[in-house]
Design a protein around this ligand. Sequence first.
Ligand SMILES: NC(=O)c1ccc[n+]([C@@H]2O[C@H](COP(=O)([O-])OP(=O)(O)OC[C@H]3O[C@@H](n4cnc5c(N)ncnc54)[C@H](O)[C@@H]3O)[C@@H](O)[C@H]2O)c1
Length: 379
Amino acid sequence: MTYTVAVIGTGEDPDDPDTDGFAMAYRHAGAYSRLDSCELTACADIIPENAKQFAQRWGIPEDNVYTDSQKMLDAIEPDIVSVCVPPHVHAPIVLDCAENGVMDAIHCEKPMATRWEDCREMASACKRAGIQLTFNHQRRFGKPFRKAKTVLESGEVGSLERIELGGKNLFDYGSHLFDLCGFFTDQAMAKWVMAGIEYSEENVQFGAHNENQAIAQWKYTNGVNGLASTGDGGIIDCQMRLLGKDGVIEIGGDQAPLRVRSRGSWRTVDTGGEGIHGPRNTIIDAAKQKLSTRLPGVSVEKTRPETFVDRAIADSVDALDSGRQPELGADNALQATELIFGCWESARQRGRIDFPLEIADNPLEAMVENGDLLPASSN
Ligand SMILES: NC(=O)c1ccc[n+]([C@@H]2O[C@H](COP(=O)([O-])OP(=O)(O)OC[C@H]3O[C@@H](n4cnc5c(N)ncnc54)[C@H](O)[C@@H]3O)[C@@H](O)[C@H]2O)c1
């Protein structure tokens, strides 16, 4: 079986990644190119130059290059669509795909969407249409995280009591870390969350507001506690820390991508040279590798080091083939995203939020719009 793959939101320049544009579509395309079962067939971007350049790079026929994604869906009816547009456009595009022509699967970039109602609607629309919907929380496939889970399951640090996360913010960056909380807690449901945020300087990442600093505490139904401290001055000096009854697992700290303390001493765990972003130091390094070559063809893709995005997309395609649940399925992403919006809702309500979350909007965005938060312009 060969799956036809279309990409929506190609991006402009994979050689110059920053939060105004990473051109994640090129990472997705690289991942599909490594799979014999997938054929990149079409692409769409509202900026014609972006779409054209992407098509040239990946050998997509000129006739299959679109500026209107709906027209592309109608004409091509792809089996799989990768959605790489900015977060506030995820929901309308995923809903279009679910309603118009995508046959089997949608792999959408993270964070899910900028409004909680949209996140739930995307998941339920795909469920109704029988389409597999996944979100690109690719860090689950990184060795520092995989090996941390193995150590946790080995019992070396005892049963998990608390999970801590640091990082830059709750939404753009935190989307990965809250997803990993789901990974480490075997998708335990959160009972409640309580959070405070600081937002005095505008911090727009990929077109969406993100707070400057946050402190949050939450509890899972299985008794595990969560603690997040993000932004400059955050008190958690690593990406994630798993505190067990008898020891600690630390991921993405200054000392090592992964280390474990048990019986009073630390040991570094070999992650095969992988850091928290991939086989090289950062996703930016990955972008500067041969990935950016303008030559069409898959040979370069098949021989370069495997990225976490490669593994994420391979898992989603394999799940589609076998009928099993994909690791990055929408239900897991919803759990992570409910915590994020729950943190912001707690800041808005100035109190504890019990789940399920009963809001439709984006509390941070709403507080900026109604003047409760007045972040100074970054320009
Ligand atoms: N998984 C990760 O680690 C990771 C890293 C960086 C970015 N991201 C996410 O990837 C997504 C895309 O970010 P990016 O940096 O690649 O963006 P980008 O700006 O490089 O590319 C997005 C493209 O979407 C196009 N676009 C916008 N609206 C469209 C529409 N309605 N139809 C068709 N095309 C449209 C734009 O013209 C642009 O070319 C975001 O959700 C971002 O948060 C994820």
